[in-house]
Design a protein around this ligand. Structure first.
Ligand code: ADP
Length: 564
């Protein structure tokens, strides 16, 4: 319908201009100026119709025909004619004005049509068609049992809405999956659609974000219209925060387009009829930043956390990922243990990387060695192939630094050290000391303190061996991590002295900085004392590193066994 309107507007404008243009073309007979002038001299001219264009009109005596001739544009033309007793009528050049007026209309019309057409085509490009849910079922998702249990309720509602209707039960309309990236939110949404055997519409919040006010809202309407055609559907909106972030209270910062889009989404969700069983699932990494209007009862009121997998879940995910792959003597339990804080997507990446390494090495099976290499690649990045730029001095600094970390980590029992390397990586690390932390839900005060001290281990070792004046930039990443931990210790967890308050809420910066300084100095001294007590081992470990470049768990603990 809209298409026809635009065409009509275009054609009507065009024809009006054409007709008017045509009507404005002078149809009068042209007479050269010289002949006109002769007529003037012969006193044959009755009236001259003068205007400022390049042509003027005139009428002869006893002849009603209007002729035109060239406008001489001389200064005393009027005076001269009047002196010859010729009527001189000055006219406004309507033709010129009209043609200017219509030209403006024509250009304006064309610009308007082009603007409308381009807007329309951008919207048209974003057609929301049902996507393949990728044949993903609940059995393909490992771990996250609570989330799956919740998801099963949604499937039941999609399959048998009449059951819920009978009891007038409030059915889930909007569900939010929240959790870190790569934890399987999209997978779970797809599995819901597959299990319920309904079409799956997947969009990203940023698909709605547009420069033009109203475009996002019309996209929302078009998405819901498409989904409604099926009566039953799952709509998945990834990264909902792109449109659903808390709205600004200040008028200055309000984003009209985003607000219109969000309102359109909320309106569409409230408008499902009884015979439509449509579930909208939104995904976000952070629930706390979403607008209250979005998460309130009756809208996205079911919030399901999809967390990072624990050890058992990681084992299950690894088994799933390795199901169709040839492997040799892989200790899946051990890989699951090592991959603490890995999301499902990272585990997927690990196995894929290991497969690539196996192929590169002409192996038809994935071995522990391939997994270890892939693991290091993900954790620390690829090793730098060109090491020629490294001086012996660099290597010494790196060896002392990493040995310092290792000793404090071992003495304070912070984590299990599985590898130390002084080979720089392309991620920018000079070397690394790979720690595997224990999988536990809560960290206590001592755990945090020890972790901070072990982060300071590298800098302390540099100070002890090379002197305070020669400490290097190598500790920048450790200091950043330590600062964040100290801030959480004081600000979030209320663990410093008797300060059982959330300093982040108090926003007392001065006080926080003072407390941070006290704590960091305390923990730095703790690390330093440990290293001073084990100076001999520190040098021994560093020398071994200089010699071998990387040390594995067995070698490390052999050297560190006598640490105190
Ligand atoms: P998100 O939407 O949370 O960012 P995805 O659903 O896109 O994460 O997951 C990315 C990939 O990670 C999946 O394609 C899958 O290979 C893997 N994955 C994540 N979680 C799981 C899980 N629980 N079980 C199996 N594979 C998983």
């Amino acid at each position: 319908m809209k298409k026809i309107n635009y065409k009509i507007i275009c054609f009507v404008t065009f024809f009006i201009v054409l007709l008017l243009g045509a009507s404005l073309i002078p149809k009068n007979q042209y007479i050269p100026y010289i002949d006109f002038y002769e007529k003037v001299n012969k006193n044959n001219i009755d009236t001259i119709f003068y205007n400022d264009s390049d042509k003027i009109k005139f009428k002869e005596k006893n002849n009603n025909t209007i002729f035109i001739t060239d406008n001489p544009r001389t200064e005393n033309f009027k005076k001269e004619m009047l002196m010859k007793n010729i009527n001189f009528k000055e006219q406004i050049n309507v033709g010129n004005r009209l043609s200017a007026f219509f030209s403006i209309i024509l250009i304006g019309g064309i610009i308007f049509i082009i603007y409308k057409k381009t807007r329309k085509s951008t919207i048209a490009i974003k057609q929301f068609d049902a996507k393949d849910s990728g044949n993903i079922y609940f059995e393909d998702i490992a771990g996250n049992e609570e989330a799956k249990e919740n998801a099963k309720d949604i499937v039941d509602f999609l399959k048998h809405p009449e059951k819920y209707e009978k009891l007038k039960a409030k059915t889930p309309k909007g569900i939010i999956f929240y959790g870190q990236p790569g934890t399987g939110k999209t997978m779970l949404a797809k599995a819901i659609a597959s299990e319920a055997n309904v079409p799956f519409y997947s969009v990203c919040g940023s698909d709605f974000v547009e420069m033009y006010v109203g475009v996002g809202a019309s996209r929302v309407r078009s998405l819901f219209k498409k989904a409604r055609e099926n009566k039953k559907a799952v709509i998945f909106i990834d990264e909902i925060d792109a449109i659903g972030k808390k709205r600004s209270t200040s008028l200055q910062n309000s984003n009209e387009e985003r607000e219109q889009t969000l309102n359109a989404l909320l309106t569409e969700m409230s408008g499902f009829s009884k015979d439509e069983t449509i579930v909208v699932i939104a995904a976000t990494n952070r629930l706390d930043i979403l607008d209250d209007a979005l998460v309130r009862a009756g809208r996205f009121d079911r919030h399901i956390e999809i967390g990072l997998p624990d050890k058992v879940a990681r084992e299950k995910i690894l088994n799933l990922l390795l199901k169709d792959k040839k492997t040799e003597n892989l200790d899946i339990k051990d890989i699951a243990k090592k991959t603490i804080y890995f999301s499902g997507a990272m585990l997927d990446c690990l196995i894929n990387e290991a497969s690539i390494i196996a192929i590169k090495n002409n192996c038809d099976k994935i071995t522990t060695e391939h997994i270890d290499k892939a693991y290091l690649k993900i954790i620390a990045g690829d090793e730098k192939k060109d090491k020629s730029f490294l001086t012996l001095e660099d290597k010494k600094i790196c060896a002392i630094h990493e040995a310092g970390h290792a000793i404090v980590t071992k003495v304070l029992n912070v984590a299990n050290i599985t590898k130390i390397s002084i080979i720089p990586t392309i991620k920018g690390a000079g070397g690394f000391c790979l720690n595997i932390f224990e999988d536990k839900m809560f960290k206590n005060k001592t755990d945090l303190e020890n972790q901070i001290a072990s982060l300071y281990g590298g800098r302390c070792a540099e100070e002890i061996i090379f002197g305070k004046e020669n400490i290097t930039t190598g500790a920048y990443n450790d200091i950043e991590k330590a600062t964040n931990l100290i801030l959480d210790y004081i600000g979030k967890y209320g663990m410093f002295d008797n300060n059982i308050l959330n300093n982040n809420i108090l926003k007392d910066k001065e006080n926080i900085i003072a407390q941070c300084n006290i704590l960091s100095n305390l923990l730095y001294e703790k690390a330093k004392n440990i290293l001073l007590n084990n100076k001999e081992t520190l040098e021994k470990l560093a020398n071994q590193l200089l010699e071998k470049e990387t040390l594995d768990e067995k070698n490390i603990y052999n050297i560190l066994k006598n640490c105190i």
